[in-house]
Design a protein around this ligand. Structure first.
Ligand code: XUL
Ligand code: CO
Length: 439
């Protein structure tokens, strides 16, 4: 890369220095990409990805204040800054040592005054992206279409009461899928920020749900038509910007997909800050989606439990990362999904190096989570205790319940013979103490 094009001057490729002291934050102390754990390289368990919108488009503006983050790549006319932004992003990915990135169509190329113009902008920028991908080996984890920012989408995109708007969203997704194919994206995400309602009085909920399902069916059909191989993902979120979003949480989305016969075509992209907004614990939706074979990818971030909104902070809590990685290892990995940092530096973290520090800290937090989860699973103590807890389903009447052949009459006969079950301790504190031993 030519010297004048360097944006992160003075920052080298981030090294792995396990002996680094507490004040040294520009190196990995736990993340060692090539190290093999449980038969797989750390980078392949973790599949880290940097998101474009927060890290390269974010300005630090909030509803109460102006931008605080002045990024050199966002200066100049829209297409010129789009090209600079892309070069800055690839410099960042390379120096950080992350192999994947994610973006919305409108993050990488500005919206034009017509669909044709927007598409031309996308064509030009994705030509450059393809070049940079080939040069660096960096790949697209997922692409998504921004179907929520433009005023035309204020009443929804796929659930808009006006089919003209739905058609615009469809045209945009068609182009998004073409771009996904061109760039070899491994996944494609649908996040329905405005697919929901602010008032039931003006909303035909049943019609909107059906339209959304039919919209997804069009996307599946087009994906198959163009031979796009990537995995489709829906990202649940309960609210914000809508008062109520249809994709409320993991179980609502799974129910929706099954109701409309779409479950074979989609998995879920779980974002823990959305999970906690839905009133669940951090790991809840990851565990629920995984249990039903529907966990496809993770937007790895965190909120502040004391706040009621989506703060998109970098995930730094080792307990959380350990639980997430335990679930991911148990399901055999996240591929073709990954851990995408849908997270933004605070508006007060104004130095360019803060962008590195944030990602390095979160990657190390996940590397520690991975190492802890591996120890938990290799020791097998917790797994053994859980297995023992359910051991009554391994024989006799329990075996019949397990394989689905038992009847209520048999339940009654069993109780007549065996009477009252004995009280068995759940041992929660014992599990918690053992878990704490590993973190
Ligand atoms: C919004 C959010 C989005 C999606 C992609 O809360 O998480 O950035 O990840 O549209
Ligand atoms: Co997200």
């Amino acid at each position: 890369m030519a010297a004048q094009e360097e944006f992160f001057t003075g920052i080298p490729k981030i090294p792995y220095v396990p002996s680094a002291g507490p004040g040294e934050v520009m190196c990995f102390k736990h993340y060692h990409a090539e190290e093999v754990l449980m038969g797989r390289k750390m980078e392949d368990w973790l599949r880290f990805s940097v998101c474009y919108w927060h890290s390269f488009c974010g300005t630090g503006a909030d509803p109460f204040g102006s931008p605080t983050l002045h990024r050199p790549w966002n200066e100049g006319p829209p297409m010129e800054s789009a090209r600079k932004r892309l070069r800055a992003a690839f410099e960042f990915f390379t120096k950080l040592g992350v192999k994947y990135y994610t973006f919305h169509d409108r993050d990488v190329a500005p919206e034009g005054s017509t669909l044709e113009e927007s598409n031309r902008n996308l064509d030009e920028i994705t030509d450059l992206a393809l070049q940079l991908q080939t040069q660096t080996g960096i790949k697209v984890l997922w692409v998504t279409c921004n179907l929520f920012a433009h005023p035309r989408y204020m009443n929804g995109a796929a659930t808009n009461p006006d089919c003209h708007v739905l058609a615009y969203a469809g045209a945009q997704v068609k182009k998004g899928l073409d771009i996904a194919k061109k760039l070899g994206a491994e996944n494609f995400v649908f996040w329905g920020g405005r697919e929901g309602f602010l008032s039931v009085h003006n909303t035909d909920v049943a019609a909107e749900l059906k339209h959304m399902a039919n919209f997804f069916k069009m996307a599946v059909k087009y994906k198959e038509k163009i031979g796009l191989k990537c995995q489709f993902l829906i990202e649940p979120k309960p609210k914000e910007p809508c008062k109520h979003q249809y994709d409320y949480d993991a179980m609502s989305v799974i129910g929706f997909l099954q109701h409309y016969g779409l479950e074979r075509h989609f998995k879920l992209n779980i974002e823990p800050n959305h999970t906690t907004l839905a009133g669940h614990s951090y790991e809840h939706d990851i565990v629920m989606a995984s249990a039903l074979g529907m966990l496809g990818s993770v937007d790895s971030n965190t909120g502040s439990p004391d706040l009621g909104w989506d703060t998109d902070q970098f995930p730094m809590d080792i307990r959380n990362t350990t639980l997430v990685m335990k679930t991911i290892i148990e399901q055999g990995g996240l591929q073709p999904g990954g851990l995408n940092f849908d997270a933004k530096v605070r508006r007060e973290s104004t130095d360019l190096e803060d962008l590195f520090i944030a990602h390095i800290g979160a990657m190390d937090a996940f590397a520690r989570g991975l190492r802890n989860a591996v120890r938990i699973l290799e020791d097998g103590l917790i797994a053994g205790m859980v297995k023992e807890r359910y051991s009554s389903f391994g024989h006799g009447i329990g075996q019949k319940v397990e394989d689905g052949s038992a009847t209520l009459e048999e339940m009654e006969a069993f109780i007549e013979q065996n009477g009252e079950p004995k009280v068995t301790s759940g041992k929660q504190e014992k599990y918690e103490s053992i878990f704490n031993h590993y973190i």
